[in-house]
Design a protein around this ligand. Structure first.
Ligand code: GRF
Length: 218
């Protein structure tokens, strides 16, 4: 089966993009990172792409003013020009309209730094601490028109420590993100993810039958 051609959309430093680029170097990985697009000309992710020899394009949203449609048409045109099969949002800070999301139904993924459906939106780590949750983490999901919703493909968890700050928690969650996004993309690119009644079912990869307790009772 030919490798799926993936575009990664970024707005910032691009550490998840870096993790995807690394994973895709593996010979048997089912996807190749074929294009990186940023809506900000200064995004760190662009230099990561260039260093890896991946075409990197900027579609500066500020040049489109309030015309979201024109911005998204430019995006769609680039995705088509590069024959993209799957899109990964990785710290892409623009809300997409139902027009674009509808075109990429079950072919556009996003990573969110919380265990969805908890803590949608921004400042997830501070909000998780304030809520006193004992388990926090990250989710990769298919993109739906409503922000941070859509069928969940994979999740990774970290235990919250007594002395955690938003920063220390973020540092542990981002490490999980870097493992989680390559895994979720692999499953989708291999065609192992089916959506049924709003739920992703994963073929051929059993979920572990153990669950963790926090705090650890042992
Ligand atoms: C990550 O925490 C991701 O979950 C969120 O935005 C952040 C992007 O970080 N959507 P990076 O640019 O991949 O380093």
């Amino acid at each position: 089966m030919p490798k799926q051609r993936v575009a990664v959309l970024v707005s910032g430093r691009g550490s998840n993009l870096g993790a995807l680029i690394e994973a895709a170097k593996e010979k048997n990985y089912p996807a190749e990172i074929a294009l990186v697009i940023s809506n900000r000309p200064d995004a760190g992710g662009l230099s990561l792409a260039q260093a890896a020899g991946i075409p990197a394009e900027v579609i500066d949203h500020s040049k489109y003013g309030n015309d979201r449609e024109a911005f998204e048409r430019a995006l769609q045109a680039l995705l088509e020009a590069h024959k993209i099969d799957l899109v990964c949002l990785a710290g892409f800070m623009r809300v997409l309209t139902p027009w674009l999301v509808g075109r990429w139904r079950e072919r556009m993924l996003n990573i969110h730094p919380a265990l969805l459906p908890a803590f949608k939106g921004l400042n997830t780590h501070a909000r998780a601490l304030a809520a006193g949750v004992k388990i926090h983490g990250a989710s990769v999901h298919f993109v739906a028109p409503e922000m941070d919703s859509g069928p969940i493909i994979a999740q990774g968890a970290v235990a919250v420590q007594n002395n955690d700050t938003a920063e220390t928690l973020a540092a542990r969650v981002i490490k999980i993100e870097h493992k989680l996004y390559p895994l979720a993309l692999k499953l989708v690119a291999e065609g192992r993810v089916r959506v049924e009644a709003g739920r992703c079912l994963i073929d051929g990869v059993p979920a572990p039958d153990t669950a963790e307790l926090v705090p650890d009772p042992s």
